[in-house]
Design a protein. Structure first.
Length: 239
């Protein structure tokens, strides 16, 4: 049984909505009662496709509105691996992103290129490729989250596997790598082309610019305005 606080989230196609930091049982009951109303309306199309396309006897939860609980990991680095698999099942690396999550993930920074050693990135990529081979994944981009033990870089574990790109990375790739265009590469892969365009590579097409996106999320109770000192921000803007 997980101890409080823990992370509570919808596992599919919610674009990081419906994620919460649960601090006690009362809060959990309140959120669950709200989700019973909200979730069936929010992802009705997803459930319709699942019911039509999947064997529900084999995947009975595919038609259900479910939430998952995750423990907080405090002594690890977080890394994102993005890659693609061609129509023959060959797996390629597209890019790595360092992820810094503070205050239970309320403040998140996504920075590329990764500053981790090449040996660590190579091992992380091999772990991702192994699981994709095990599930016979083909003909798509894929985005995988991993955590790495701060005291032992050999201890690398998968957090989640997303059978899609991280769409918000497009501008970062274009800023940090000459010629990289994630959307163009997706289109070329979908057309069956083997050459999907320029691949991000620190050695060959790095622009010298580290790119970052910062996300502020209301994963705890309260509004986003309560997380920031708006008056101070206005004062700083005038300086």
């Amino acid at each position: 049984m997980l101890e409080y606080p823990f992370f509570f989230k919808a596992p599919e196609l919610q674009r990081s909505l419906h994620q919460y930091v649960i601090k006690d049982c009362q809060q959990l009951k309140k959120i669950v009662s709200e989700l019973r109303i909200v979730l069936p309306k929010y992802n009705a199309e997803t459930k319709y496709v699942n019911e039509y396309a999947l064997d529900l006897q084999k995947y009975p939860l595919a038609s259900k509105n479910i939430m998952i609980c995750e423990e907080f990991i405090s002594d690890c680095l977080q890394l994102n691996w993005e890659g693609w698999v061609d129509h023959q099942g060959t797996i390629f690396t597209y890019g790595f992103t360092d992820e810094i999550l503070l205050d239970y993930g309320i403040f998140s920074d996504f920075i590329m290129p990764s500053i981790l050693p090449d040996a660590v990135l190579s091992k992380a990529a091999n772990i991702c490729k192994e699981i994709l081979q095990d599930i016979s994944f083909k003909s798509s981009f894929v985005n995988i989250e991993l955590w790495i033990k701060k005291t032992n870089y050999d201890d690398i574990r998968i957090i989640e596997v997303n059978p899609r790109i991280a769409s918000s990375y497009q501008n970062q790739y274009r800023s940090s790598y000459h010629g990289a265009n994630l959307y163009h590469s997706i289109i070329k892969l979908s057309m069956g082309q083997t050459d999907i365009g320029v691949i991000p590579n620190v050695q060959t097409n790095f622009t010298g610019l580290y790119s970052c996106q910062s996300v502020i999320g209301t994963r705890c109770d309260g509004k986003i305005s309560q997380l920031l000192d708006l008056d101070k921000i206005e004062q700083e803007k005038k300086i």
